[in-house]
Structures are given as C-alpha cells and as structure tokens.
Design a protein around this ligand. Structure first.
Ligand code: HEM
Length: 520
C-alpha cells in the first residue's frame, strides 16, 4: 500500500517495438512505471484500499499477477539497495553467534518469530517458548531475532534483579515510539526515556499514594453503582453475560470518573466507552503501534501519530472542557484530574503533559485491569471450590463492616488479593517487559558484554510458567500467595507489574496499601 518509491524509471536506449503492437518506442524516451497504479489496480489487487496481509499468504501469493507487485522494482536493475539490504540483514542474523551468546537459529525474514500472517501464537507465547529453549540449554540468557533485530532474552530471576533493579542505570530506557511534535499527548511516562522520564516519574509518583487512592475509592464505588443494576437485570432474566464487555464498561466508568472527571455511565450510554475504545482497540491501532515501534525512524519521518487522531483529539477536548468548567465554577473533586490541575497551577506540569497523563491513565489502566478481571472470573468459573471460598470471605468481611463496601473492607479481603495475584501470574496483562541497554554492560559472572543499543525482552510468561519457580504452573492455585507461601517465591521471578524504578506506577498503590494494612 505504501511502496517507498511510488514509481520506477528507465530510459529506452535502443528503438523498441512494443510486443503485439506497432508502436515503436524511440531511443531516448523516458519511461515511468507507476508502482502505485499497479498496486491499487483492483484487477490485480481486489479491494485495493483495504489493508489485507492475507493477499501474501502462501496460498494467495500464487494468484498475484506476475510483475504487478513491484515495490523493489524488477529485472536485472532491480533495486541495488534491496541487495545491500538483504546482505545487511543476513549479516545481522549472525550477531549473537559472533558475540558468543547462546542463541536460537533464525530464519529469513522473520528471524525467530513465526510468520506474522499465518501464525496462531501470540508474541508472549512465542517468547515463553524461547525462554524454555534457553532454560533447556542451561543458559541464563540467550539471543533471538525479531525479523533482523537481535533481542536478548534473560531467563534467570537473579539476572532480572541485576538488569531491572541493581544496574538500572544501564537499562533505564524502554525505547517506545512517541511523536511529541504532532501529538504531544503521546509523550508520557510510558513512552519517554532519559531525563524527561526521570522528571515526569518524580512528579507523578506522589499522585499514586494509598492515601490518595483511599479518597478516590468513593468515586470508584459510585462509578460501579450502575453495574449493580445491569447485573441484577441479567440475573433476574437468567440471560448470559459477556463478562469482558461488562468489566470493560465498569473500568471505563472508573477511569472516566477518576481521570477525566466525567460520569459516563457506560452501562446505558456507550458514547464515551466507544470513544475510549477507539484509542486503544482494533487491528488498525495495533498495527500502527507495531509499525511505529518496529521502524521508529520511518514513522518519525512520516510524522505518524501514535494514537488515532480524531478519538484522541475528542478526549483531549473533553479534558479541556472539564478543566475550564471546574475553573469557572470554582469546583473541586477528589480525582486524578484535580491532582493534575493542582500540579499545573503550581507550574509542575504544562497542559500537554497533563492531557498526556490522563490519556496514559486510561491506556495503562484500562486493558490491563479489564483483562485481569476477565481472566479472574474465568478461573473462578472453572474452580468452584475457590469461588466458594472467595464468596465466603467477601460475605464474612462485609458482615464485619455493616454490609458496606468500603476501602478498609476491600483491603482486608486477603483471599481476594491471593486470587488476583494468581490471576496475574497465569495471565499477566503485559506478557513481557522491554528495556534498551543505554551503556555497554558486562553480564555478571560472564565475559559477555551487552552493547549499548541492544534491545532486551524479559519474558514474563516464561518466568510465571517455569516449574522451578512455580510448581505445577498450569494449576490455578491462589495458595501460592498466602502469607506463608509467598516467602518461598524466588525474588524477581514474579513480575506482572515489572520491576525496579521503571515498574508499573499503578503497582505503587498495591504496595502502599499492603504495607499499611498488613502492619495494622
Ligand atoms: C492489573 C493492572 C495493571 C497491570 C498488570 C500493569 C502492568 C504494567 C507493566 C508490566 C508495566 C511495565 C513495567 C516495567 O517495564 O517494568 C506497567 C507500566 C506502567 N503502568 Fe501499569 N499495570 C496495571 C495497571 C495500571 C494502572 C491502573 C495504572 C495507572 C493509572 C498504570 C500505570 C502505568 C504506568 C504509568 C506505567 C509506566 C511506568 C514508567 O515507565 O515509569 N498501570 N504496567
């Protein structure tokens, strides 16, 4: 759809009679082959405006008309750059061998990944398999390739401690794409690196304390009220419920209320729900994010925004309107937006940073929380005994709290916490963590040196399903996280929220809550 050169050119160096025609092309005539024309010709590519990788599946490829697909040119003068590129790619694929790092044999052009067009496995599962291969070799880490990019995969919990925590200064970047010029809100805590990240993290950490969350809890409860009615309707009619849809609406209500100051009642009116989903959901969004991160230089050159423009602009407008309304009426509310407004009035953040963090609050908190809850209900449905035990705990605790759900009541539900931790072990919302080496680094007790610029991918799923760390890993067993058993979990093998100074800022809420309540 986007050939880098939209046409090929040649010059006729000898008079030439067109085949099956009496037209003669004179020597010296310039010829321009319109690549874009061929690629968008429905005779050759039906529904040419549709992005459809299936055209290039092994079966369909054979039906493409020869010489109608010419992104690299054709014939003896086809792009020299292609040949150089191919040579470079082949050489790249020997990177780990040359550096004496244990590696898995790659193949061209996908490296160690499955063919993205025909593959059925998620990237998280593929990295779990790489993990198992390196463990079998007895290695502490190993090298693989995504396409031609070398990626280091640590498979040892103690190495996680070194790289994510102790030697964080060598790996403090995530290398995620953002485009501050054209879409300032794409510059946020998750996407920025270096000094900018450090400054933002220092500014925003105090907004995630347990005291702040306790105050916001009332808003969260209110935002869930309409779900009660929705659930009761389904229960009384005995109609099945799409649990993913239900928790996604609930999460939208909470985020709408806490981050955007909007009462969006997604169980009745799906306007805001659809708008927010438009930013985070869908193949086009995933493809754009994947493209931007795979070839950030090209994305930067094309000035590609990270998030869909229309939806993001609508959400930003709504934030601006709420701020203007609160300022005009002198209103205040115990939400995340108010905290950011106070930071702005103290010149700690500017308007773009404020909007960026609201959008990030949604992106980082929405899918992660909704999928975790969905999988939790899935496992509770499959394990009736665990469901009964949890229900019993909830009923017992509520009895002690006059049947009122309060912050304190929820925090004293220890079995609920164990169930949630086990859900996050089996279904971590992010199946891997990524970092970039920013300073050459010698691996501990080894002569391997990781070069500056190397990408590292920590395979969370691999660790969480490793029987060395979690016996019977396919069994949903919340008891692993009881007070007694938790002490036996190998540090840095359980990483659903990441680790070290760049871990999930949302986890700080959990940690603070735990330390407060476990010691009272
Ligand atoms: C079940 C819920 C959640 C899970 C499983 C989760 C998981 C993660 C993970 C794995 C990371 C990457 C950490 C790393 O690279 O070491 C991350 C980063 C982050 N998360 Fe969460 N998250 C959750 C909820 C939230 C919520 C509710 C918020 C905020 C409102 C949030 C805000 C962030 C931010 C801002 C970052 C980037 C931190 C940085 O780079 O400094 N997350 N999260």
């Amino acid at each position: 759809m986007y050939p880098a050169l939209p046409f090929l050119n040649r010059i006729c160096v000898k008079d030439y009679q067109l085949p099956n025609s009496d037209i003669v092309i004179e020597k010296g005539t310039k010829i321009l082959f319109p690549t874009l024309g061929f690629h968008y010709d429905p005779e050759y590519f039906p529904e040419p405006n549709k992005f459809n990788p299936e055209r290039f599946s092994d079966e369909n490829k054979a039906n493409i008309h020869p010489y109608s697909y010419i992104p690299f040119g054709e014939g003896p003068r086809n792009c020299i750059a292609t040949i150089i590129l191919l040579f470079y790619m082949k050489r790249q694929l020997t990177y780990w061998k040359r550096r004496n790092v244990p590696y898995l044999e790659p193949s061209f052009p996908f490296g160690n990944l499955d063919n993205p067009i025909t593959n059925k496995k998620s990237t998280g599962i593929q990295f779990k398999e790489f993990y198992n291969e390196f463990k079998k070799m007895g290695a502490k880490c190993g090298g693989i390739y995504t396409y031609c990019t070398p990626i280091l995969v640590p498979v040892d919990a103690d190495l996680n401690r070194h790289m994510l925590v102790k030697d964080f200064q060598n790996f403090n970047a995530r290398g995620f794409y953002s485009n501050g010029k054209d879409q300032p809100v794409s510059v946020n805590l998750f996407t920025v690196d270096g000094e900018k990240w450090r400054t933002l993290r220092t500014k925003f950490t105090p907004t995630f304390t347990s005291a702040k969350m306790k105050v916001m809890f009332e808003l969260m409860l209110l935002a869930c009220k309409t779900m009660d009615v929705y659930l009761q309707q389904h229960a009384s009619k005995k109609t099945p419920l799409n649990i993913k849809d239900c928790v996604s609406r609930m999460t939208t209500n909470i985020i709408g209320s806490c981050a955007f100051g909007i009462d969006c009642n997604s169980f009745k009116d799906t306007t805001f729900y659809k708008l927010l989903r438009g930013i985070a959901d869908g193949t086009a969004v995933s493809l754009r994010i994947a493209f931007c991160n795979a070839v950030p230089e090209i994305a930067q050159m094309l000035r590609m925004p990270l998030f869909p423009i229309n939806e993001t602009n609508s959400v930003c407008r709504s934030i601006e309107e709420t701020i203007a309304y609160r300022n005009e009426k002198n209103l205040s509310r115990n939400d995340f937006l108010q905290m950011l407004m106070e930071m702005k009035s103290n010149d700690m953040v500017d308007m773009d940073e404020l909007k960026g963090q609201c959008v990030l609050f949604f992106l980082a908190g929405f899918e992660t929380s909704a999928t975790t809850m969905t999988f939790m209900f899935f496992e509770l449905a499959r394990n009736q005994d665990i469901q009964d035990k949890l229900r019993e705990e909830i009923n017992d605790v509520l009895l002690k709290f006059d049947n009122q759900i309060s912050y304190e009541a929820v925090m004293s539900m220890t079995y609920l916490e164990m169930v949630m931790f086990e859900t996050l072990r089996m279904y971590p919302a992010l199946p891997f963590l990524n970092r970039i080496c920013v300073k050459d680094y010698q691996l501990p007790n080894s002569d391997i040196v990781i070069e500056k610029g190397t990408k590292i991918l920590f395979p969370t799923l691999g660790f969480h399903y490793d029987p060395e760390y979690f016996p019977e890993p396919n069994k949903f067993n919340p008891e692993r996280f009881s007070d007694e058993n938790r002490a036996y979990i190998q540090p840095y093998s359980y990483i659903p929220f990441g680790e070290g100074p760049r871990n999930c800022i949302g986890e700080l809420i959990l940690l603070t809550i735990q330390s407060v309540y476990r010691h009272t």
